[in-house]
Write a protein that binds this ligand. Structure first.
Ligand SMILES: [Zn+2]
Length: 135
């Protein structure tokens, strides 16, 4: 953990704060609709399935599967210059939602679609813990 982390950080607001608080505590929290029970990500005021406004936050399994990935060969931010090429994966969680992240400790030639992964919590600053994934 460091306060000199130079990469872009997520904006944390009243809507998504439970997700980031969960990550800091080592839990992958998702918003779930109280009307139709669908999980959703990113956080939103209304359910994209039924437009319901009532929701709660639940800790999830943190388990999922890589459904897509790509390699970045250009540093779109100077702070990523030392990382190129780096890989971004799309993970579908058991709860059905998909999110973009990175894998930890997986050489790029070993990334496979269908690879089962589990959430890994990477505290990059005192305030922000990123959710990454490990096999
Ligand atoms: Zn709903």
């Amino acid at each position: 953990m460091s306060d000199v982390y130079a990469k872009p950080l997520p904006p944390i607001d009243g809507l998504n704060a439970p997700f980031w608080a969960g990550a800091r505590a080592g839990k992958l929290m998702l918003q779930r609709c109280l009307d139709c029970a669908q999980y959703r990500f990113p956080a939103s005021r209304y359910c994209p399935s039924c437009l319901g406004e009532r929701s709660e936050w639940q800790a999830t399994s943190g388990q999922g599967m890589v459904v897509s990935y790509c390699g970045f060969h250009k540093a779109y931010w100077p702070s990523f210059a030392g990382d190129v090429p780096y890989d971004v994966v799309q993970v579908r969680l058991k709860e059905g939602v998909q999110l973009f992240s990175n894998l930890v400790d997986v050489p790029r030639e070993r990334i496979k679609i269908g690879m089962k992964v589990r959430a890994h919590f990477d505290a990059v600053t005192d305030a922000v813990t990123l959710v990454r994934f490990k096999p």
